[in-house]
Design a binder for this molecule. Sequence first.
Ligand code: CS2
Ligand code: MG
Length: 402
Amino acid sequence: MKIERLQTLVTCPGRNFVTVKITTDQGVHGLGDATLNGRELAVVAYLEEHVFPCLVGKDPRNIEDIWQYLYRGAYWRRGPVTMTAIAAIDMALWDILGKLAGMPVWRLLGGKSRAGVMVYGHANGRDHAEAVEAVQQHLEQGYKAIRVQSGVPGMDKVYGVGKTRGFYEPAQKGLPPEEDWDTALYLRHTPELFRKVREAVGPDVHLLHDAHHRLTPIEAAQLCKSLEPWRLFWVEDATPAENQEAFRLIRQHSTTPLAVGEIFNSIWDCKDLIQNQLVDYIRSTIVHAGGITHLRRIADFAALHQVRTGFHGATDLSPVTMAAAVNFGLWVPNFGIQELMPHNALTDEVFPHAYRFEDGHLVMDEVPGLGVDIDETLAAKYPYERAYLPVARLRDGTLWNW
Ligand code: CS2
Ligand code: MG
């Protein structure tokens, strides 16, 4: 059996997605997500110009060898573009293998460890009252875990709060929008948000929050300590993680659980965080961290240190990644939680899939492969439109972490 054709399918049903389609000489095809929000065409070029020519004729069942070939063979290792490209190929090969075996990928990985994958939804509001209301709406929809973000008086835009109620898509067409950030205001108002939410929902609902890389280590320690009375499930991206050691300072001041990793692209980005117990959940995703093959290594390493998975699941990860994440989440023994920002209806139409939301979890029918496909005719109706994530500046104009 040989790889006969490799394609990138770029579509924009409300936001850009890049999908790899690999077809074998026996007509079996597999899909992989190659979407890197704001840098989509860099991955397309990496795949089409440098990866695809090397893979034609290879046996698609040799997933590990192809992974090593793309990782070591490039000479230049790691980075979001490279590891997203490798991830897309890897996902597509697992999809093909499942179809050949007549099994879902979760069964190839080792079968089900749970019936469904607990997810957390995004409740956000322009002020605390709207945020509390959004949390209650998510409870009515059946969510057991809810991320809560709100506006901050004195700041016109804050991460995680959409212009319109509910749906929040950070990438915007045109050049990167610029947003202000004021850490002091955020630190002053966030504990009060969670006092109100906890008061409204009681002790049993899992509440999460994303600080989105905005704080210095000591500011992150202050935030996490101030949130302890409201017993969060986690605070995410409390401080930028290039310096993994920075999390030790947070740990010295707070027992609020920590999650990090959605922008990581290899085990090397999180090795020290995991082995030193500096985090509780690892958020690296299948689409940005080298695919199922590499995420399996990260998850197994994390399991040795009682760190659990908490994979990223924003709208800029396509239903192909979400299908792979549900397969992975059904199997992985040290599962923690899966993020779910539902895609818009058109995206779900472009990418028909077998996972569905049920009682706060994602469940999946037993279908061969990843359980997702792409309607190429419909996808072609929505061409790529350049879009960027915003940038943030402090009040004095300093370029900061968005
Ligand atoms: C966020 C993401 O979902 C999250 O936790 O951090 O929405 C992130 O801002 C986007 O995925 C960036 O593309
Ligand atoms: Mg995040």
